[in-house]
Design a protein. Structure first.
Length: 247
């Protein structure tokens, strides 16, 4: 039996999107799409594992400034850069912070921020989905920095398109918090005060309820497919995603 959790040396949050149940029966295909934290942290051995797994295309969701701070080196597979969010100089980040602080709890805060991203940056999400759809045969890997927020949202859209139930998608999203704990806990513990500690705990968390809330909101608007079509994804690209992910 194939394993969803992948241990490639240098990264902490890598999972295959295979093995998820589909509404109506069946499961998603293994070795079709993989989610990860930044593959720039892979050791040479980790890169060999990536290539040996059949990855042919990497979709890098990091911002331009993140790439500038960590210039990509030569990779043995095709890398497509699709920045999902604007950089720190974007003038409307304070508005996103207001959305976060207005929520009554952590899960609601994450949900509302994610929905703000989906609303404000719909064409960018569409570009990420279209890039996965257009990838040549072979495995596709999607990553950002830690593989939970930007990657989490793109993966949620992909899995929902394939027909994976909302609760199953949310459970996969929640796994990132556990996977990243060794990286995030020292950062949380190093906070200067309790206010900052609470903020770091919030941004490190991946509560299943947050992703459930996002997907349920999209369902109420007509569904993930309707959202993506309105954002600019073509019907043929949606069909390509389903064909790639369905075993």
């Amino acid at each position: 039996m194939s394993e969803r959790a992948l241990a490639w040396d240098g990264c902490a949050n890598i999972r295959d999107l295979g093995g998820h149940p589909l509404v109506g029966g069946g499961t998603t295909a293994y070795a079709a799409i993989v989610r990860a934290d930044s593959i720039r942290r892979l050791s040479p051995g980790g890169w060999r594992e990536l290539v040996g797994y059949g990855i042919q295309t990497i979709v890098d969701l990091r911002r331009h400034d993140e790439l500038a701070a960590d210039p990509p080196g030569e990779a043995p597979v095709e890398v497509v850069h699709v920045p999902l969010l604007p950089g720190p100089d974007w003038p409307h980040w304070p508005e996103i912070e207001v959305v976060s602080r207005a929520a009554p709890d952590g899960a609601s805060s994450t949900r509302d921020v994610y929905l703000a991203f989906l609303d404000r940056f719909a064409p960018r999400f569409a570009k990420a989905i279209s890039t996965v759809a257009a990838a040549p045969p072979g495995g596709v890997l999607v990553h950002c920095m830690v593989g939970k927020d930007r990657t989490g949202l793109v993966v949620a859209l992909l899995l929902r398109l394939a027909g994976v139930p909302v609760a199953e998608i949310a459970a996969d999203y929640a796994q990132s918090e556990h996977n990243l704990r060794e990286l995030t806990q020292p950062w949380i513990d190093d906070a200067a005060d309790e206010h900052e500690r609470a903020r770091r705990q919030l941004v490190s968390a991946t509560p299943a309820a947050a992703m459930e809330g996002v997907l349920e909101e999209l369902e109420g608007r007509g569904g993930v497919e309707a959202y993506l079509i309105a954002a600019g994804v073509r019907a043929a690209e949606l069909a390509a995603i389903r064909a790639r992910l369905r075993a």
